[in-house]
Design a binder for this molecule. Structure first.
Ligand code: ZN
Length: 214
């Protein structure tokens, strides 16, 4: 993944300051923070000071979740026009300022990040309820991955609109994809470009994947 570290403007709240149009109360925070590069599971670390992580934020369907020293919680959908990760980061900064959560060194967080598996993953992502509908969708998705020469390397099927960490079987690329993009529009095939960098090139992709030859 190549996402750059995103520095956020510091929003400081003076004691007794009233919310105004430019600084809605929800995004005011008493400390500077920045949002780091997401890990393989698409979790963004929210960082303060000398690389201390106060929590991690990720999207699951339409909601945003935060993971902190006290566990995982759903903070809901962001208001219109507010990126979810910003809402989550501001929430974490407020919790930290209130003394509700503690920080962990970024180095430790990075060391504990999930790594791609070489063996099989479960059918369903741990957060996906094992009902008939999800099992059926997951089986379809895994059949599609095999057909298109992708391999799931971190989790089972997370639903079609959540990031799914996949390894390209035509080159060493590993990264997050959406199944909704891979299954192609109107029963068609996805782009021969496959992923950033263009994989092994459209001609070679067509040659290696029988589905494109039909
Ligand atoms: Zn590739």
């Amino acid at each position: 993944m190549t996402t750059q570290l995103l520095e956020r403007p510091v929003v400081l709240t003076a004691p007794g300051a009233e919310p105004d149009d430019q600084h809605p109360a929800a995004l005011k925070t008493v400390m500077p923070y920045r949002i780091g590069t997401p890990d393989m599971a698409s979790r963004y670390p929210v960082i303060i000071g000398q690389d201390l992580v106060i929590g991690r934020a990720h999207r699951w369907h339409r909601d945003w979740w935060v993971e902190t020293s006290v566990g995982e919680s759903n903070i809901g959908r962001p208001e219109d026009g507010v990126p979810g990760v910003e809402k989550a980061a501001a929430h974490l900064a407020q919790e930290y300022a209130a003394g509700l959560i503690t920080a962990v060194p970024l180095e430790q967080i990075r060391a504990e990040e999930p790594r791609p598996l070489t063996g099989p993953v479960p059918l369903l992502h741990l957060r996906m309820p094992a009902n008939d509908r999800n099992v059926k969708s997951a089986l379809t998705a895994f059949a599609g991955l095999a057909n298109l020469r992708w391999r799931a390397v971190l989790t089972g099927f997370p639903g079609s609109d959540n990031h799914w960490v996949l390894a390209c079987e035509l080159c060493p690329w590993v990264g997050p994809k959406f199944w909704s993009h891979l299954r192609g529009r109107n029963g068609g095939l996805p782009s021969l470009h496959r992923h950033e960098g263009g994989c092994v090139g459209p001609d070679r992709v067509r040659e290696l994947i029988p589905a494109y030859q039909k």
